[in-house]
Design a protein around this ligand. Structure first.
Ligand code: XLS
Ligand code: NI
Ligand code: NI
Length: 430
């Protein structure tokens, strides 16, 4: 036991009228929503990097958090894991996620980093053994160290490609060992700053080969979880290759991997790409590649990936509406890829950020389920497209269609899109 969360009670469901800060008002893990426990719908996960590894820096200043576990030793890495599991227990969090670099100190050599990593994976494995939280996904940090400054798989230097491939191999092994449900590849620095020095076609081919190797290795070791790509349009590089859902799907199709890889869709990344979160979710679902979500909003003015905890029920409701319509999560879940603001120094802030976010998501999920059960949006949509029922138009030749229109048999009459009425409808539920 550490004493980091010493004064903080276990957070339990007390209902909407509770005034206790350390209680859930809406998230009741056992409440049934559309025939499933809320915990099994939402599948919340804590992100190790933001909650335990991030130091509070920004472009103008360094560390604001003073955590006793900050440092590069294995003892401190174990203490960090102890604190993490204490937080999971306080919150009743069913899942967590990590990058290799969040959980182990970097060694002087690849082999030393690997030993550190394997040791801490065993330590985490022991903590999970007694029925504790599970691993939603593991991933490799192929972007922080300076060796990755020009990319990982898309690096002009094949030695960096090799280092990255070796790192992903170890992270996949570890994810498999811990019974992880997914493995995520976010394109970190897979992109470019200037075309003047970039062979875009070559880099794209490298990314395709790398992904194929990841998929092959997954099958080789018998990992049954999903491989997920997380799209993001910019930041850290000016132009990221995995721009958005549609772009990644085109990439997967090009390399014949659309049946092997799904997507982890982040709210803030959708906004950076000029989309809404629900657009990205609907696109992934329609293309058959929906996997999991990172539930963290961005500040709407700043244009950065500010990774804030969700606080907007109507937005979250529309996102879960798409998740539910896609059939809900299978291996995926709701990862809070979210961090405190750098002035939020207290252990209480870390707990309450998650409590608030979980309540917001619970409200969003319940609103989404109520809309689906009511069926108003689906009925309106069906009515709007009703003219297509029994239409053979899409299979006809242009001259056949022209003959029909020219004969006067077709005379389009504009009809209301009813947007405001539908917005009012949504307003009844959120
Ligand atoms: C960064 C990404 C990152 C991934 C995991 O913007 O969101 O946190 O989720 O590498
Ligand atoms: Ni993310
Ligand atoms: Ni992000």
């Amino acid at each position: 036991m550490t004493d980091f969360f010493a004064d903080i009670p276990q957070v339990t469901f007390e209902g909407p009228d509770s005034t206790n800060e350390f209680a859930y008002r809406h998230y009741d893990a056992n409440e049934m929503v559309m025939g499933k426990r809320m915990e099994d719908h939402l599948r919340f996960a804590v992100a190790w990097w933001h909650s335990f590894a991030w130091e509070g820096g920004d472009p103008f200043g360094g560390r604001t958090f003073e955590r006793v576990w900050f440092g590069d030793t294995m003892d401190l890495a174990r203490m960090k894991a102890d604190v993490a599991f204490e937080m999971f227990a306080i919150l009743g969090q069913p899942f967590f996620c990590w990058h290799d670099a969040d959980i182990r100190p970097e060694g002087a050599t690849f082999a030393q980093s690997k030993r550190n990593f394997e040791e801490i994976i065993d330590y985490i494995g022991q903590k999970m053994a007694d029925g504790g939280p599970r691993l939603l996904w593991g991933t490799a940090n192929l972007f922080s160290h300076r060796r990755f400054m020009s990319g990982a798989a898309t690096n002009p230097d094949p030695d960096v490609y090799a280092w990255s491939a070796a790192t992903v191999k170890n992270c996949l092994d570890a994810t498999h060992k811990l019974g992880g449900e997914n493995y995520v590849l976010w394109g970190g620095r897979e992109g470019y700053e200037t075309l003047l020095n970039t062979d875009l076609g070559r880099e794209r081919a490298q990314a395709g080969a790398f992904l194929q190797q990841v998929v092959d290795y997954k099958h080789k070791i018998g990992f049954k979880g999903a491989i997920l790509i997380e799209p993001k349009p910019q930041e850290p590089t000016k132009h990221q290759y995995d721009y958005d859902v549609a772009t990644v799907y085109g990439f997967l199709k090009d390399f014949g991997l659309e049946g092997e890889v799904q997507l982890n869709i982040e709210q803030g990344h959708a906004i950076l790409a000029g989309h809404s979160f629900e657009h990205e979710l609907a696109m992934a679902s329609t293309l058959g590649v929906f996997g999991s979500i990172d539930m963290n909003r961005n500040d709407y003015q700043s244009g950065w990936d500010t990774d804030q905890f969700p606080n907007n029920v109507p937005e979250v409701a529309l996102a879960y509406y798409e998740v539910l319509k896609a059939g809900g999560f299978t291996t995926g879940g709701t990862n809070f890829d979210a961090k405190l603001r750098r002035q939020s120094l207290d252990p209480q802030d870390l707990i309450l950020a998650h409590v608030g976010a979980m309540d917001i998501c619970a409200r969003g999920l319940k609103a989404a389920a109520a809309m689906l059960e009511d069926g108003g949006l689906e009925a309106a949509r069906a009515a709007r497209y009703a003219g297509w029922q029994n239409s053979s138009l899409m299979g006809q030749s242009l001259d056949v269609i022209e003959a029909q229109v020219a004969s006067g048999g077709i005379d389009p009459q504009p009809r209301s899109g009813r947007q405001e009425r539908l917005e009012n409808y949504v307003g009844r539920f959120v």
